[in-house]
Design a protein around this ligand. Structure first.
Ligand SMILES: [Fe+2]
Ligand SMILES: [Fe+2]
Ligand SMILES: [Zn+2]
Length: 495
């Protein structure tokens, strides 16, 4: 057998000159991406993590074996049943939003496996597609066991097959990011911004959290997935290096657009988990501290290394870091029947912790929780609807998330008239993204517009049942039915 370095140099570059078709015909710009450059420009494309198919298969097999070993040891129902209730709901949230989005990433990688502009890039993308297939299968397999115990876990697979508002928002992002992007945008958006910028570090943070909470299964799963992501995310930096040289303005546009879109999703998913759904004594840091320590510095350093600038909306972003996920959480709490996991009211101790971690913004949010608590005090445990909204909430025309940018005192909504229609956005960056490529987004209808068009029912219960595909068993509730040890109920005087 030849040693690896004797053959890899020859085997990793397998490009050739075309004799009866042109390069443009083999790699049309529409599907290969902008800017269209001849292969000579891409030929030095380099992947820092070199691997061969044989090595890939061996490593992946070992990784799968260790996931299965942990599953056999601690992946039984009784192991999950021991975990804190709020954490189990963080798990349901993650479990639903991830696996089928990973499957959409298979498609994005396969497109790059054919239309990426250098053979080494195409090979790495093919491995990336195999990775994402694994990331789809592992959570589906692990959570399947839990469905008979708690039907909300069925949403691991069901989520993207519904018109639930969170699914609409996630699909709006995942379709553009993973299914519709050409290999250049895919590499910059998915590999450089989403994976290198967010998910690699998110996985580190979430696995540390899972460790503290005692969830060995989730910890093992995300760690195993993260090692794949860290490898295939390297595609992004190599593509971005060429893009920056040939079209720096487009490179800047792509990173700024995808940083904002990724941030919103990440804030909701990880923000909820870190600041609300992890038991207080197990929280190592707040979501904001995590972002500041783990994400921001390294992301800005990466941008600088490529000669790119901070996004123009950086101040808007820094402000949102103090408040955005809190606003979405409290909005979602008061519409919790529209989601497939249960939510908690932060206790007085948790509210004190939140005030301490968010000194500039928590006082604006706390009165909302005062109201929620006062409502629970006046109603009996289990009376979900006494602390629940009845009319559908409004959504942003870009991110499709609840329209709740800014603070309870000053919202950051923006409107725009385009082609005879008025659009509304949660924030200036969402409006800006829309304006760059309006034809890409203008036709999309959020839930409220579907209701107004007669495509979805206006009655909340009908909407939940027939459009969001939730049932009384699966729709979100207060995790304790409003029965908290710290909550003093009002003394009732019988008439
Ligand atoms: Fe993945
Ligand atoms: Fe990935
Ligand atoms: Zn938005």
């Amino acid at each position: 057998m030849l040693a690896r370095d004797q053959w890899l140099r020859l085997a990793r570059k397998l490009d050739w000159e075309y004799s009866y078709v042109s390069e443009q015909e083999v790699f049309p710009e529409l599907i290969s991406g902008h800017p269209w450059l001849p292969h000579a420009v891409w030929q030095d494309w380099d992947e820092p993590y070199r691997t061969s198919y044989g090595e890939y298969v061996t490593t992946q097999h070992e990784k799968d074996a260790s996931v299965f070993a942990v599953r056999d040891a601690v992946g039984r129902l009784e192991d999950f049943a021991k975990l804190a209730t709020p954490w189990l709901n963080a798990l349901k949230f993650h479990a639903a939003t991830l696996p089928l989005a990973e499957f959409a990433a298979v498609v994005g990688n396969l497109r790059a496996g054919r239309f990426g502009r250098d053979s080494a890039w195409r090979t790495m993308a093919t491995f990336g597609a195999l990775d994402e297939c694994r990331h789809t299968q592992i959570p589906l397999l692990l959570m399947h066991e839990l469905v008979r115990w708690d039907p909300q876990f069925d949403w691991t697979h069901k989520f993207y097959h519904t018109n639930n508002w969170v699914a609409i928002a996630s699909r709006h992002l995942a379709d553009e990011l993973l299914l519709a992007a050409n290999p250049i945008e895919f590499a910059v958006a998915t590999h450089f911004v989403f994976e290198t910028g967010f998910t690699n570090l998110q996985f580190v943070g979430m696995s540390a959290l899972a460790h503290l909470v005692g969830d060995r299964m989730f910890e093992t799963m995300v760690t195993s997935i993260q090692t794949d992501e860290a490898r295939h995310a390297q595609i992004g930096t190599s593509v971005l290096a060429t893009l920056v040289q040939h079209d720096p303005a487009y490179a800047q546009y792509l990173v700024d657009k995808w940083f904002w879109r990724s941030w919103l999703l990440f804030a909701v998913l990880t923000g909820f988990c870190m600041d609300y759904l992890t038991p207080l004594d197990m929280r190592p840091y707040s979501f904001k501290e995590f972002m500041e320590e783990w994400i921001l510095d390294q992301y800005l350093r990466h941008l600088e290394a490529f000669g790119l600038h901070k996004p123009w909306y950086w101040d808007v972003f820094l402000e949102a870091l103090h408040v955005y996920h809190h606003m979405v959480y409290v909005s979602a709490y008061t519409y919790r029947a529209t989601v497939w996991f249960n939510m908690v009211v932060p206790s007085p101790a948790e509210r004190a912790w939140l005030r301490d971690k968010y000194p500039t913004s928590w006082d604006l949010l706390d009165p909302v929780w005062e109201q929620v608590v006062a409502r629970w005090q006046r109603s009996d445990p289990g009376l979900e609807w006494s602390t629940h909204g009845a009319t559908p909430v409004a959504f942003c025309d870009l991110c499709q998330l609840v329209l709740c940018g800014g603070t309870p005192r000053r919202n950051t909504a923006q409107t725009l008239d385009y082609a005879g229609r008025r659009y509304i956005f949660c924030s200036a960056p969402c409006c800006w993204i829309f304006q760059q490529e309006p034809e890409r987004y203008a036709a999309h209808k959020d839930v409220v517009k579907r209701i107004l068009a007669g495509e979805a029912p206006a009655n909340l219960l009908e909407l939940l049942r027939t459009y969001f595909l939730l049932t009384p068993e699966t729709w979100g509730k207060d995790a304790s039915g409003g029965d908290y040890p710290w909550l003093q109920r009002a003394v009732r005087v019988s008439p």
